[in-house]
Design a protein around this ligand. Structure first.
Ligand code: ATP
Ligand code: MG
Length: 409
């Protein structure tokens, strides 16, 4: 049997990028032989094994045929007579369809090295259209390699558009989609991910609420970029520049969806878009099966981002309500993420990327002031139950008033 490195490991070595994991393909072996050599099968009916020591993935060379809708609708054929070339042709992109043997010789039947040099994400064959997940994968690779100058080849984008328009994307399970979406949002150019999906018509299918933001104007005074979709892309870009976690990036993607519901007659203003958007955020959260922390932050940022921007003008009582609502006493980290999302929103505007955001420190200070109020003295004074809660709230309000005063001096 022969063993080759394949896929991402070969691609990233040629790009001189760090290699995250090595995938291997095995030619000329049976599943039986693999088990005898101590490899552990990953699943019952999938010809993939884990190395007994390194834990790396070893897949038997295989061919695939589509037998129905979605990913479940695939039949695999793995046998010792499947060649390396047979295996490489089923892969999505030319730059992912290269193998490398023990001597470092690259086997590249589909022009992967040519496309690496040309900085092109290009599909291997028309069989690309058999798995709609590839639309998301290509957009994700675009988000990762955009800083190196990569773009999607026009013929591949055309194929992605066909897939999007054919309704095939509906067959994707939320789990498979979320895996791609979450990974893509964490790439260096999450905005490119959304842009590529939009360019091929997939955004309209997967996240119509985001797609609807393009073409919706905002007041130039606050938003020199005007277009709401363009604004959201800039906010995502800021998230990447500032290394924000997934929760913040997800919340930023969704924070303005309410603006897509504003009646055209009211443009470019979007009064109460925060409240109007909540229903949409809830729907997107549920549809995408995002993890709980992402869902939660998206709803909070959607509802309160304007509070964040107006932090310095908020009355002490409003500030307290905000802090109580965020439960900053038990969840300070979540409030930090809220602050981060507000800051990204403020900077994700044309020409304002470097602006100061004094609201951030102000909100942090307010949180500290409220958290610094001690319960013990109130207990000692005999407060219990709901009265204790009220007394605590009053003390926190005092603390916030004092905090505001010190800053005004
Ligand atoms: P990453 O750095 O994100 O791991 P990768 O290229 O290694 O990138 P994997 O998802 O680990 O991506 O898959 C390994 C290889 O398997 C890919 O390079 C590609 O050749 C192939 N592959 C994975 N998923 C698909 C798919 N849905 N359709 C076609 N080929 C795929
Ligand atoms: Mg990989």
């Amino acid at each position: 049997m022969q063993v080759y490195r394949v896929g991402g490991a070969v691609r990233d070595r040629l790009l001189e990028r760090p290699i995250s994991e090595i995938d291997w393909v095995v030619v000329g072996a049976t599943a039986e032989q693999m088990r005898e050599l101590g490899y552990r099968p990953v699943g019952a009916d999938f010809p993939v094994f884990l190395h007994p020591h390194t834990g790396e993935e070893y897949a038997l060379a295989r061919t695939e045929r589509k037998s129905g809708r979605g990913y479940g609708g695939f039949t695999f054929y793995a046998s010792p007579d499947v060649s390396l070339e047979d295996d490489l042709i089923r892969r999505d992109l030319t730059i992912n369809a290269m193998a490398e043997d023990d001597h470092g010789t690259v086997i590249d039947p589909h022009g992967g090295q040519r496309d690496l040099a040309a900085r092109l994400l290009r599909h291997v064959s028309p069989a690309f259209a058999e798995d709609p997940l590839r639309v998301l994968r290509v957009a994700r690779f675009a988000a990762r390699y955009a800083p190196l100058g990569f773009t999607v080849a026009p013929e591949t984008l055309a194929l992605m558009r066909q897939l999007s328009e054919s309704g095939e994307l509906d067959a994707l399970t939320p789990e498979r989609s979320w895996k791609e979406i979450s990974r893509a949002l964490l790439e260096p150019r999450p905005d490119v991910f959304i842009q590529v999906l939009r360019d091929c018509g997939a955004l309209k299918v997967l996240l119509p609420e985001i797609d609807a933001l393009f073409g919706v104007p905002q007041p130039a005074a606050h938003h020199p970029e005007i277009d709401t979709g363009v604004h959201v892309l800039s906010v995502l870009r800021q998230c990447a520049e500032h290394h924000q976690p997934l929760t913040v990036r997800w919340a930023c993607l969704l924070h303005d969806v309410g603006k897509g519901l504003t009646a055209e007659a009211d443009w470019p203003r979007h009064i109460a878009h925060e409240q109007r958007g909540l229903r949409l955020i809830r729907a997107i959260n549920e549809r995408s099966k995002a993890p709980k922390d992402c869902q939660e932050l998206a709803l909070l940022v959607g509802e309160y981002h304007t509070h964040g921007h107006r932090a310095l003008e908020l009355k002490a009582s409003t500030l307290l309500e905000l802090l109580q609502h965020f439960d900053v006493y038990r969840r300070p980290q979540r409030f930090e993420e809220f602050i981060a999302a507000c800051e990204m929103d403020a900077r994700g505007r044309l020409g304002l990327e470097q602006r100061d955001y004094p609201q951030a420190d102000y909100l942090r200070g307010a949180m500290q002031a409220a958290r610094a109020v001690a319960v013990q003295p109130l207990l000692e004074q005999g407060f219990k139950g709901s009265q204790l809660g009220e007394a605590l709230k009053l003390e926190r309000l005092k603390a916030l008033k004092a905090y505001k005063k010190t800053l005004e001096m």
